[in-house]
Design a protein around this ligand. Structure first.
Ligand SMILES: *Cc1c(COP(=O)(O)O)cnc(C)c1O
Length: 365
């Protein structure tokens, strides 16, 4: 195993369990799963594993990650999640089997690019049902654009329609807004005279309706990343207590202690602003034992929200390359050189897996 720190250690067995369980629960309701890997830097090992657990497609927002999958020979099809820019279209046509789309100009341009490359590309047209990120707001316009793809764009195949919720606007997926998407799909089908293959009801947050058994008929596809990769948000942040078939602790960050010393808990001297332009406040708890770990915000974003695995340890702050830990109450007598570990939230995972100087190692078969 790589003994360079910080590093991310991934439990392959837990990850496999989660991907398998999600695919199984969705399949039981007639729902196919796009395995979303973007939160974990598109790691090819995870892409391969999710696909082998039954993901219908592998999905990411970044074309570079698809390029990596292609190089590693990971079986597709690949689905591009972020609506592409015009500059990206040649790569979209070359790498992705599917993409999400929300603009008529882009669709026309993509059709031309596909014609030049001699390929047919599948598109999912996005509706905005209130979360206010991508997607058509005017549903009449959306149906017209779907008809245009079907009838006017020879090198695009209208695979279906989709929605994204719970991202920008934090809008909760419900049987009502899922039903609105199904209605849009039926309106498109009535116009084009055939069934759509994909009615894609969203991401991890929409999985809640699968879990509760309230997903309306007609939604037959979800794009799931976070809850397969970490299994934390729905169980902890949403407080869903009966989802223990998904295992937490799939990934941890391990870091080395580089200094260990008793220090005051309140800075000494006149305070101004910290390295990130914030004006922090401090509680004076007297002299306490603290440790410095060799990673920081450049590696994980916010350090304060990391979950310490070390009993008695808390994160008290950090800077770009340092994490400051209170270890006064740790039963273990820590020393410089010891390795401490943390469970990750989505944003930590996203940042840490995006760094080229953080090693990733896999445990398990
Ligand atoms: C990121 C993303 C997903 C997956 O989101 P998770 O919350 O990680 O499941 C699905 N669809 C789109 C469009 C996305 O950008």
């Amino acid at each position: 195993m790589d003994r360079k720190f910080p590093r991310i250690v991934i439990d392959r067995d837990k990850l496999r369990n989660n991907c398998t369980q999600i695919v199984k629960h969705c399949e039981a309701r007639g729902i196919a799963v796009a395995g979303v890997i973007k939160g974990a830097g598109g790691l090819p090992e995870i892409a391969r594993l999710y696909r082998s657990c039954g993901a219908a497609q592998l999905a990411t927002s970044r074309l570079e990650q698809m390029e990596l999958w292609r190089r590693e020979g990971i079986p597709g099809p690949y689905m591009l999640l972020r609506v592409p820019g015009l500059s990206e279209l040649p790569e979209v046509a070359r790498l992705a089997g599917y993409s999400l789309q929300s603009d008529a100009t882009t669709l026309d341009a993509l059709n031309s690019v596909c014609a030049e490359q001699g390929v047919t590309h599948r598109v999912i047209i996005m509706a905005d049902l209130g979360d206010l990120r991508e997607g058509f707001w005017d549903k009449t316009e959306m149906v017209e654009v779907c008809c245009h793809v079907e009838q006017g764009l020879d090198h695009l195949h209208l695979a279906g329609v989709g929605v994204n919720l719970g991202c920008y606007g934090a809008v909760k997926p419900t049987p009502e807004n899922m039903g609105q998407l199904v209605d849009i799909a039926r309106a498109v089908e009535a116009r084009i005279g055939r069934q759509l293959e994909i009615v894609s009801g969203g991401a991890t947050s929409s999985y809640t309706l699968v879990h509760w058994g309230t997903m309306p008929q007609g939604i037959n596809h979800l794009r799931i990343g976070e809850t397969a990769l970490l299994a934390k948000d729905l169980q902890v942040d949403w407080g869903i207590s009966d989802m223990d078939y998904l295992l937490r602790g799939t990934m941890r960050l391990e870091a080395e202690i580089i200094e260990l010393r008793k220090k005051p808990t309140h800075p000494v001297g006149e305070t101004v602003i910290d390295a990130f332009g914030n004006r922090p406040t401090f509680v004076d708890r007297g002299m306490r034992l603290r440790a410095l770990a060799a990673f920081g915000r450049a590696d994980v974003g916010q350090v304060e929200t990391l979950l310490c695995r070390e009993p008695g340890m808390t994160v008290i702050g950090g800077s770009s390359d340092h994490c400051i830990l209170d270890v006064e109450d740790c039963p273990r007598a820590l020393r410089v050189g010891d390795v401490v570990s943390f469970d990750l939230s989505y944003s930590h995972m996203l940042y840490a897996t995006g760094r080229t100087d953080i090693a990733v190692v896999f445990n398990g078969a």
